[in-house]
Design a protein around this ligand. Structure first.
Ligand SMILES: [Mn+2]
Length: 240
């Protein structure tokens, strides 16, 4: 009986819309990915990590993707794909038709940058905030999940046969950040299930926790294409 209930719950969770297919249908292959602005000088790791994961995912399908993230990046330098992002874009850059994908933005007013939003013909809204008013042309909004990064991981699980470890590391960092290390009230049984799947896939939770909660304040901005193990000792020496 319990198993049946679980199966039904899982069936309910399955999204009707698929992210790559939706992008295909709406875009002439030019996508602009954006997240929200933050007042503090620390980056919103959930927004940036889910954006970068989607960027890597869409690049796999041959999309021309431009990602725009509010600087500074140092606190997010460890995320995979951060080397591709721009701080802002000009009006002339946005003169062609494009589809805007907004990640982790509770309202359209929080999108970085507002120019990207005002110039977009179509908006795909991917978010987990309960008060999200579904401002997109297409909306993927799931307030039952802890974070946009967790949403992204669930979509990847449903839509991809195998997920690169780098993408999972990004997602796990976002989940860890938004739950405050599994301490906030958005931490649910399902959050631990997702975290379990990430660890089972091979991520190193200790290492990612070091990056999320001690993001190398004293370290220079290191090139993120370096593999994780090159940083490990440096992080241990300087931060712990
Ligand atoms: Mn979030």
């Amino acid at each position: 009986m319990k198993n049946l209930k679980l199966q039904n719950a899982n069936r309910k969770r399955k999204p009707k819309k698929k992210i790559p297919k939706t992008c295909c249908r709406l875009s002439n292959r030019f996508l602009v990915l954006v997240s929200c602005f933050v007042l503090m000088k620390t980056p919103n790791i959930d927004g940036v990590s889910s954006l970068l994961t989607l960027q890597l995912w869409m690049q796999k399908y041959g999309y021309n993707v431009t990602s725009v993230v509010q600087p500074p990046f140092p606190g997010a330098h460890y995320l995979h794909g951060i080397e591709y992002v721009l701080e802002e874009v000009t009006e002339s850059f946005l003169s062609d038709e494009f589809v805007l994908v907004s990640l982790d933005c509770a309202t359209k007013d929080r999108i970085w940058t507002s120019l990207c939003y005002s110039r977009a013909q179509t908006v795909i809204n991917i978010d987990h905030h309960i008060d999200n008013p579904h401002f997109g042309s297409v909306n993927f909004v799931d307030p039952t999940l802890s974070s946009t990064a967790e949403m992204m991981f669930r979509y990847l699980q449903q839509e991809e046969k195998s997920i690169p470890l780098e993408w999972i590391e990004n997602c796990y960092a976002g989940i860890l950040f938004d739950t405050g290390g599994f301490r906030y009230s958005n931490t649910k049984v399902s959050t631990f299930e997702t975290a379990r799947a990430c660890v089972q896939a091979g991520i190193n939770p200790t290492k990612i926790a070091q990056y999320v909660f001690n993001p190398g304040q004293l370290l220079p901005l290191l090139p993120c294409e370096l593999p994780w193990n090159i940083f490990e000792h440096t992080i241990k020496d300087k931060c712990l």
